[in-house]
Design a protein around this ligand. Structure first.
Ligand code: EPZ
Length: 419
């Protein structure tokens, strides 16, 4: 198990290249199960979560070949059961349910367990599958779904905290091979949902409306193989945007898609940082006197919950009172107690964090608890006096490709130490 030592206080300068999107690559890799023919997916990031998905595809019978950022999957004959041992490592494994149900008309997948960021049921996924005519039940820790036939239907995927991203993906993947037309209302509109729909359409699916709250899927008999390049990771992009703002000099983020980050760029500009964009780059400069912010996380295109912790880190040393409300995962504040160990002044009131800017953060040993919380601790370490020791780095390796190398390339000093 690694830890990362961060020597704080170094200005960042230079360029950083963004990797492919984790949250797009995962459902796209799962979707390769929908055809017997080979699919080639490129710009796939080198992350532990991707490794878990490839293990699941192999276990289900897929022939998986990987060469640097390209993965080739041939799922000629597959089985329908994904075991606890692999699924427990990654919640997103749940997105093999839709492809298995769509192709095999049955699926048995271990029910994802608890998650530190909050309550994460899959009731909306099951509601969608049942609308298509499937029967589901929870048994011995597994979700079992089966259908003699899938028929297109209208389904509304709005939950208590808004639309569901993987739920929309799963129902879309089950519906592409259903008889007739499916209409998903209150669909998630994240860029990753659009990227998946684009890949499915390349395989011969008939999907329209992805990126809006209403997606229409006209079922087809079968799908064929296809090649696809995954979109840039907008949350990794947002994380380097925050790093460049808080510790810039000047940082240029390359191979990004600024279109996917409108709300984050707006917030960083709102705090007084200079942010310039081109089609695939973002250039950010530091600012000696940033302004406090009031932010609320929302479904896309609103401010992403996956950037909430990083913004907390940015606002810790921003003079004045900032307020962040988390509406997607109301308890998603595991990073707060660790930031307070570094001298931050943050008080929590229900799902709202009130951040009072301080002059100094001091380096300390801190504990990562989940992917984005650990990114926030690394960002806090960049601006702290002395050395910050981030433990349980495996959390960060789930979603950030070589974060230590990329930040060191910008002039930071991060040392990865084996424990
Ligand atoms: C995706 O998770 C992302 N994961 C998450 O990113 C991200 O935080 C989340 O979307 C929201 O943007 C991947 O894409 C792999 P949801 P997902 O279903 O799809 C409730 C990261 O850091 N809900 O959109 O699992 C749920 O409890 C990860 O990369 C139900 O009530 O999230 C939550 O409050 C963390 N019933 C809200 O909806 C359901 O059946 C949104 O969750 C499903 C969800």
């Amino acid at each position: 198990m690694d830890k990362i030592l961060i020597h704080g206080g170094r200005k960042l300068h230079g360029t950083v290249r963004i990797s492919g999107s984790k949250n797009s690559a995962l459902p796209i890799l799962a979707a390769t199960l929908l055809t017997k023919e080979p699919c080639t997916i490129s710009n796939v990031p080198d992350l532990s979560d991707i490794h878990y998905m490839l293990q699941i595809l192999s276990h289900l019978g897929g022939q998986v070949e990987r060469a640097s950022g390209t993965v080739r999957v041939s799922a000629e004959s597959i089985r329908s059961e994904a075991p606890y041992d692999i699924v427990r490592k990654m919640r997103a494994s749940v997105c093999v349910l839709g492809p298995l149900l769509g192709r095999q008309k049955e699926a048995v997948v271990s029910l994802p367990g608890g998650c530190v960021i909050g309550d994460r049921p899959i009731d909306l996924h099951l509601k969608g599958f049942e609308a298509l005519g499937a029967v589901s039940r929870i048994e011995h820790g597994n979700v079992k779904i089966f259908a003699s036939q899938l028929r297109g239907a209208n389904v509304n995927l709005r939950g208590k905290n808004g639309p569901t991203v993987l739920g929309t993906d799963n129902v879309m993947m089950a519906a592409v091979l259903a008889e007739g037309t499916t209409v998903i209302d209150s669909a998630a509109a994240e860029p990753e949902v659009v990227d998946l729909a684009n890949f499915l359409n390349k395989m011969g699916a008939k999907i329209t409306g992805a990126g809006t709250r209403r997606i229409v899927i006209e079922g087809v008999k079968e799908l064929h193989g296809a090649d696809h390049s995954v979109i840039p990771d907008r949350i990794e992009t947002g994380t380097y945007l925050v790093a460049g703002a808080m510790m810039g000099g000047e940082v240029e983020i390359q191979r990004a898609d600024p279109e996917h980050l409108g709300s984050v760029i707006e917030a960083v500009r709102g705090s007084g940082y200079s942010v310039e964009t081109t089609r695939d780059t973002i250039r950010v400069r530091g600012n000696g006197s940033p302004k406090p912010l009031t932010l609320t996380t929302e479904p896309y295109p609103g401010f992403p919950t996956d950037m909430q912790a990083q913004m907390c880190a940015l606002l810790c040393k921003t003079k004045g009172i900032s307020v962040i409300s988390e509406t997607i995962f109301p308890q998603r504040y595991m990073h707060v107690s660790e930031l307070k160990r570094m001298g931050a002044d943050i008080s929590l009131d229900g799902h709202t964090a009130v951040i009072k800017g301080v002059d100094i953060l001091s380096g300390a040993p801190v504990m990562a608890s989940d992917l984005r919380a650990s990114a926030a601790l690394v960002l806090a370490g960049l601006q702290a006096d002395g050395i910050t020791e981030v433990n349980r780095v495996y959390h960060i390796d789930r979603g950030y490709e070589s974060i230590d190398d990329k930040l060191n390339q910008l002039g930071a000093q991060l040392d990865r130490v084996k424990v």
